[in-house]
Design a protein around this ligand. Structure first.
Ligand code: SAM
Length: 295
């Protein structure tokens, strides 16, 4: 690889300016992350080199900046996404995990801990529906190794990414390819403690503004199957109701505009009690929690 003549700091700054001009909201961070990627170091090392100088970037950097300026997601260019403690492999065909989903994992872990304390010696069962890259299922297993965790994903491409992540991380999660709107994991019917779901929930016809989402996240990961975006989330919630033991907890991520409609629809189904909505770290309505009504 040939090396460019300008210094690393100038190149990273110029790249950030270019990305900002192209409408990339996280331009500074992305310029540093791409430099880290081409140099095979972490972002803090790039920042150190920017201060100390003395290093240049290979030509590959300019090509990556061009791609990012055309709004290819950063994570598709680096091939990885950070989610909680994990670094996940991602690329075309799989939804890039988002930081706002981390709050759903916090809620799931709190419930795993509550159940484990109430039933010492029993293994807590967790099912993650619509697993994508495996972000939620693998985080729960990584952070609570004693839990028994299963995951289900419809898309063959996304499923392949999830399996690759599981195998690389060495986490014992049972991953299955299948449709979460139909009965699944039948041997666990009525025996699950926590079901996590980050389903597709964007209203059909509401096309996302960000090209990274609109043009690069798979459609099957985005659209909720109806004008209000709730058809698939509600169908998956009905499957969660079959899986959960009485009193078991479902956690469903949703759009910030669905913080009232999803809880209302869950209450109306008659399957749930204690329906509560939770905000993400930026204060937006993000996750509905509900307990399986005792039959
Ligand atoms: C918003 S993404 C979430 C992925 C992952 N759980 C995360 O939080 O990053 C929704 C995922 O649901 C999958 N999906 C869509 N319809 C499904 C269905 N009927 N059954 C199972 N998975 C489905 C999509 O392929 C996609 O991977």
């Amino acid at each position: 690889m040939t090396e460019r003549v300008t210094g690393l700091r100038d190149e990273v700054r110029a790249a950030a300016a270019r990305l900002r001009e192209a409408g990339v909201a996280s331009a500074d961070v992305d310029a540093v992350e791409l430099a880290a990627h081409v140099l095979g170091v972490d972002a803090s090392e790039v920042r150190r080199l920017m201060v100390l100088g003395g290093r240049t970037l290979p030509d590959a950097y300019a090509a990556l900046v061009d791609e990012r300026a055309s709004r290819v997601p950063l994570q598709h260019l680096t091939g990885r996404a950070h989610f909680r403690r994990l670094t996940l492999s991602v690329g075309p065909g799989v939804f890039v995990p988002r930081p706002e989903t981390e709050v759903l994992v916090d809620l799931a872990l709190a419930e795993v801990d509550r159940v484990a304390a109430a039933r010492p010696g029993d293994r807590v069962r967790v099912v993650d529906l619509c697993s994508g890259s495996g972000a939620i299922a693998l985080s729960v297993k990584g952070e609570r190794p004693a839990a028994e965790v299963r995951g289900l994903e419809l898309s063959p491409d996304a499923y392949a990414w999830a399996v690759a992540n599981r195998d690389r991380l060495g986490l014992e999660v049972d991953l299955v390819q299948g449709d979460a709107t139909r009965p699944c994991f039948q041997d666990w019917t009525g025996r699950v403690d926590v079901v996590t779901v980050n389903p597709p929930y964007i209203p059909v016809g509401a096309v996302p503004l960000d090209p990274e989402v609109r043009d690069h996240d798979p459609e099957v990961a985005l659209y909720g199957g109806s004008e209000d975006g709730l058809a698939i989330p509600l169908a998956v919630a009905a499957v969660a109701a079959r899986l959960l033991a009485p009193g078991g907890l479902v956690l469903v991520e949703h759009a910030d505009s669905q913080g009232e409609s999803l809880p209302r629809r869950l209450v109306a189904s008659g399957d749930w009690s204690d329906v509560v909505d939770h905000a993400d770290l930026s204060g937006r309505a993000r996750v509905t929690a509900a307990r399986r009504a005792r039959r």
